[in-house]
Design a protein around this ligand. Structure first.
Ligand SMILES: N[C@@H](CCC(=O)N[C@@H](CS)C(=O)NCC(=O)O)C(=O)O
Length: 128
């Protein structure tokens, strides 16, 4: 089982590398504004998790730069996720609001939906 998972993980990483999604292009000012907003987001993950790959591809498509923390490699990241989110499950998006309130979003589908609602709808995309 462990070997099958390992092979599947490597295959997913290979296909993700071989067929990278194309990122949308925004006007520089708009991209800078978005980068400022994504600075308050942190994505807890580990590299070969297929659900994380799904989120990562969505981030790439949307040209979103989000800090990631690897829970397999970092004990600190694991501790943060468990203490804050309550569950050692990835991917999980930590969202810090302007008022300092923190939300922990689990489920790849919810995370992608959140990113699309917040950053793609109404984006000033070049050529749109
Ligand atoms: N339905 C979830 C599945 C996430 C999931 O199963 N992640 C795995 C890693 S690939 C995990 O963290 N498993 C640990 C656990 O479920 O406690 C999603 O779409 O995000």
């Amino acid at each position: 089982m462990v070997i099958i998972r390992l092979i599947l993980g490597k295959l997913i990483l290979f296909f993700n590398w071989a067929f990278p999604p194309k990122g949308i292009q925004r006007r520089p000012k708009q991209q800078a504004q978005i980068d400022l907003q994504t600075a308050s987001l942190t994505l807890y993950q580990y590299k070969a998790c297929p659900f994380y790959v799904k989120v990562r591809r969505a981030m790439k498509r949307q040209s979103l730069s989000i800090e990631t923390r690897d829970v397999k490699r970092s004990e600190t990241a694991r501790g943060e996720l468990l203490a804050g989110g309550g569950d050692l499950k990835v991917p999980c998006l930590r969202v810090e609001g302007g008022d300092g309130q923190v939300e922990w979003l689990y489920e790849s589908g919810h995370i992608i939906g959140y990113l699309e609602d917040r950053f793609v709808a109404g984006s000033n995309v070049i050529g749109a």
